[in-house]
Design a protein around this ligand. Structure first.
Ligand code: FUL
Ligand code: CA
Length: 519
């Protein structure tokens, strides 16, 4: 023992503890034979990486699908579409970003290359790009223009680079992965900071009828090397596709999910080409209704913080088509989507496809303005802000007012190990409201499994709304109530719940879905 200094001993204890519970890591490998309650506790303490946490707090992000398909009238392209048809007459990336910013978006993701293979920047590795188009006499660079507009307006910038390539002759051959890595490197190194890299999983046929085996680990390695702050989304280890393109996330949405053995191998580094700790290949079954319940994780060999992103287009297609001009989603529809994505522990990624002029169409702009106006007015006045909060079993170290200080970094919790909680909010006057917003201090993990909101009913209480998971944020709508006090109960939780924010709001009644319009 004489070689073990106190410092070394502390390190060894830390390493051993880490192997078991992995506190504050965004994944855990579960040793065989762990009892279910210990797995649940581990799950409750898995927390987002710094890049995942920063991404989650963005809440609302936008996509721009724009490229050769905009002019060909296609969604996926075909190999015969000529580059020269790309010719936006009034392209103004500043208008795109201004529109996004005014709608409240915090990050914009540009399709740099879609499945058609056309590059929206003048790549030196292919002729199929903006450099062989009449736009800006072949001198344009859309990735540059959008990234610069993002900097000007203070939005974060992301890129979509599709590995599927309908045009490249190399696709399906041994050389394609190097070609794709070359394109990716250009995008990752020429445009300043990138905060999200979006990889679609589509793997169709190329021009020679062959499919490609993608080198995911090689792609991830480039992203981590050149853009360490960027989350790698969808076919990547940081952000999970919610599983639909409807705009509606799950009511029960866990950010911690089980990982299959293949992913564990890459997590542990035994796959050989692991680019960084925590990198894994996404599990294949993320479209199912239940991705992370107690039942799902009870036999897990590994768990990871893998939060959900809800992508949806403001139009029927991902690219602009004139015939869809009358089919732009209405402000009310977008607000419903907001409640069902941001309000269900997900980040909303709303696609705004610029038109053939290279502008976000007036119809889309108007819908976005309408959505923003509704949200601004709905969330302007938190009726719980000045409430006196009386918790039943609080931990005295945490002030109840932490839940109404508008600071996501402060929270209240109850006694350690206690998995239920209850609190009464005295609103100090009669108030009318129909919406509850509640947030967990997600940087410590996601824990709440069931909660409810009650109002006084004679000598007892009556439940007016209830939910399962909370996570980063949960919004519940219900028919308006008029009351001076409410009770919030956490009925079950994977460990002591940490609540960072509570809000009570009043929405126009038409925004309460019909199926919720009675108590
Ligand atoms: C899908 C693609 O196939 C669509 O064209 C679109 O880019 C969407 C966001 O992802 O999988
Ligand atoms: Ca707070």
């Amino acid at each position: 023992m004489r070689f073990i200094t106190p410092y070394l001993a502390i390190c060894l204890i830390a390493i051993t503890a880490n192997l078991h519970a992995q506190p504050h890591a965004n994944y855990a490998i579960i040793p065989a034979g762990q009892p279910a309650d210990s797995i649940l506790k581990t799950a409750a303490h898995i927390s987002p990486s710094a890049r995942q946490a920063a991404w989650q707090e963005l809440e609302f992000t936008v996509f721009f699908h724009f490229g050769i398909n905009t002019f060909a009238g296609l969604e996926w392209g075909n190999k015969d579409v000529k580059a020269k048809i790309f010719n936006p007459s009034e392209l103004d990336a500043r208008q795109w970003i201004r529109t996004a910013k005014e709608a409240g978006a915090k990050l914009a993701i540009l399709v740099a290359k879609h499945h058609d293979g056309f590059c929206n920047w003048p790549s030196k590795y292919t002729d199929y790009s903006v450099k062989n188009t009449p736009w800006r006499d072949g001198k344009g660079d859309l990735v540059k223009e959008v990234s610069e507009a993002c900097k000007e307006y203070g939005l974060k910038f992301g890129v979509y680079v599709s590995p599927w390539d309908i045009h490249s002759e190399l696709y399906g051959t041994g050389e394609y992965n190097q070609y794709f890595r070359n394109l990716l490197t250009e995008v990752l190194t020429q445009y300043g900071e990138i905060d999200e890299v979006w990889f679609d999983g589509a793997c169709g046929e190329g021009p020679n009828g062959k499919k490609q085996v993608y080198d995911w680990m090689g792609y991830y390695k480039l992203v981590r090397e050149h853009q360490p702050k960027a989350v790698i989304a969808i076919m990547g280890p940081d952000v999970r596709w919610v599983g639909t393109e409807s705009g509606y996330g799950r009511e029960t949405e866990w950010s911690v999910v089980p990982l299959p053995t293949a992913s564990l191998e890459s997590l542990e580094g035994s796959a050989g080409s692991t680019p960084a700790p925590g990198i894994f290949l996404p599990p294949g079954d993320i479209m199912q209704e239940d991705v992370g319940s107690d039942e799902k994780i009870k036999d897990a060999a590994g768990l990871a913080w893998y939060p959900s992103e809800v992508d949806v287009s403001i139009r029927p297609g991902w690219f602009y088509h004139e015939k869809d001009d009358s089919l732009v989603k209405s402000p009310d529809k977008l607000v419903d989507i907001w409640f069902s994505s941001v309000g269900r522990n997900s980040v909303l990624l709303l696609n705004l496809p610029p038109d053939k002029r290279g502008l976000i169409n007036e119809n889309d702009v108007n819908s976005l303005k309408g959505m923003r106006a509704i949200l601004d007015s709905a969330f302007r006045n938190n009726l719980a802000a000045g409430a006196a909060i009386i918790p039943a079993n609080g931990n005295p170290k945490f002030k109840p007012e932490n839940m109404t200080d508008s600071k996501p970094g402060t929270y209240w919790t109850n006694k350690k190990g206690s998995k239920t909680a209850s609190m009464i909010l005295d609103l100090k006057q009669q108030c009318s409201f129909n919406c509850l917003s509640i947030q967990e201090y997600f940087r410590d993990g996601q824990r709440v499994e069931s909660f409810s909101l009650d109002i006084p009913d004679g000598k007892s209480w009556k439940t007016v709304a209830s939910g399962t998971t909370i996570g980063y944020k949960r919004l519940l709508r219900f028919p308006s109530v008029n009351t001076r006090s409410v009770r919030i109960t956490i009925n079950s939780s994977r460990d002591n719940p940490e609540i960072s924010e509570i809000g009570l709001y009043s929405l126009p009644e038409r925004l309460i879905p019909v199926n919720l319009q009675k108590h």
